[in-house]
Design a protein around this ligand. Structure first.
Ligand code: HMG
Length: 387
């Protein structure tokens, strides 16, 4: 059987953040509630000239620079922060990256989950066409109402993955455990910029979906709990991953070893929720922050999107994977960031919206190569500053 999976993956997050200690001080909350109770330290904040498209292009750029565009004939863009009801955000990215014109392009949505079906569809496709590659991108801005319980769990980021029949990082297993149910735990109607949600209920449904998907995974011939060296979870906040891991270990009647999940939480703690990108940020964090050699080891992944769908699947780490990581690049992105004051956070939070075709021009805030220069006549104007 043809092996398919992730040839390479890279992430991007904006260069500004608000520390949760700042938020706690402003709201008179014990900072330990955020650092320990929620398990988060920072919230990544895009500038007005950054969005899902610019973050996606930044995330994918290193993959294109190292592996080229040859063979890429499909872009699957997963997001729940859509910028247009019709046009796929990936089409802008396709141009910014200079991808071949003979390429298909589509956007996928199911809350935080949609990068996972994108990955699965891509693996099936390259099994049929091993000479082709698929660029899967997950990009989101998690923005909740200020002073709501979700405020501390905001964030922003993108992950790009090159899927091929030559997986240099991770081979994706064929067995999945699936679970869907129609619930209102978190949703965002078209007229709203921020989601509506039932926070506590959502955490309980997440845990239920995990157990249901895990059970289905087992019934379909999946691996046993003991076969896994690491677990990665969708991380709306890192404490959710701890709860998930405890829940899964208990359900599998296995002894709890939190070290199996902790390396995957390091990047997410300082980025915040990046919705569709979150579990794949956790996967990058696992590969880049595990001290031992993971060659040949299995990683269990649980992807969750409110509304709700959950999927449990597995990946096997490929020999030589270390040579295909972007660890230094990623650590530089995280280390070179700057904190903002509460007042600046409030300003960034209220990103301007162009109404009725008015012209908006954005100041240069993005530090990356790609930016949203403005919006005019209902059209978003993206620029490559090196072109
Ligand atoms: P909350 O009301 O702010 O917090 O809601 P809390 O009072 O429940 O406290 C949180 C934890 O901090 C508790 O621990 C407290 O005990 C602890 P737990 O009971 O959970 O073990 N705590 C402290 N710890 C140390 N020192 C202290 C202290 N004080 C309290 N001083 C909630 C928390 C997660 C509900 C909220 O942040 C929220 O609504 N978030 C948004 C929704 C969300 O993230 N849901 C997650 C599951 S759904 C999902 O993952 C999908 C999603 O990503 C969207 C999508 O799919 O598109 C959200």
């Amino acid at each position: 059987m043809i092996k398919t999976g992730i040839e390479a993956m890279s992430f991007y997050t904006p260069h500004r953040y608000i520390s949760l200690a700042t938020l706690a001080e402003k709201h008179g909350i014990d900072p330990e509630k955020f650092s320990r109770g929620i398990g988060q330290e920072k919230i990544a904040l895009p500038g007005h000239d950054e969005d899902i498209v610019t973050m996606a292009a930044e995330a994918a750029r290193p993959l294109i620079d190292r592996y080229g565009t040859e063979g890429i004939d499909t872009v699957l863009f997963a997001t729940e922060t859509g910028i247009d009801q019709s046009k796929a955000a990936g089409i802008y990215v396709h141009r910014l990256l200079g991808l071949p014109a003979n390429c298909r392009n589509v956007e996928l949505k199911q809350a935080c989950y949609s990068a996972t079906p994108a990955l699965q569809l891509a693996c099936s496709y390259v099994a049929r066409r091993p000479d082709r590659k698929v660029l899967v991108i997950a990009s989101d801005v998690a923005r909740y109402d200020r002073e709501s319980s979700g405020e501390a769990t905001q964030g922003a980021g993108a992950v790009a993955m090159l899927i091929s029949a030559d997986p240099k990082l991770l081979e994706i297993g064929a067995v999945s455990g699936l679970f869907s149910e129609d619930i209102m735990d978190f949703w965002r109607p078209n007229h709203r910029r921020t989601p509506l949600f039932d926070g506590k209920f959502s955490t309980l449904r997440y845990l239920n979906a995990l157990i249901e998907a895990w059970r289905d995974y087992g019934e379909n011939g999946g691996k046993a709990y003991e076969d896994f060296a690491r677990f990665c979870y969708h991380l709306p906040f890192s404490r959710m991953g701890e709860k998930a891991h405890r829940h899964l270990a208990k359900s599998a009647k296995a002894s709890l070893d939190m070290e199996m999940a902790l390396p995957g939480m390091l990047y997410n703690r300082v980025v915040g929720n990046s919705y569709t990108a979150s579990i794949y940020l956790a996967l990058i964090s696992t590969l880049e922050n595990s001290e031992d050699d993971l060659t040949g080891k299995s990683i269990g992944l649980f992807s969750y999107g409110s509304g709700a769908t959950g999927e449990f699947f597995d990946a096997t780490v490929v020999s030589g994977y270390q040579e295909h990581l972007f660890t230094q690049h990623h650590q530089a992105i995280l280390e070179d960031r700057v904190p903002v004051s509460y007042e600046d956070y409030v300003e960034l939070w209220g990103a301007p919206v162009a109404k009725d075709g008015e012209e908006l021009t954005f100041e240069v805030e993005a530090r990356g190569r790609y930016r949203l220069a403005g919006i005019n006549d209902h059209k978003r104007i993206y620029v490559d500053t090196r072109a």
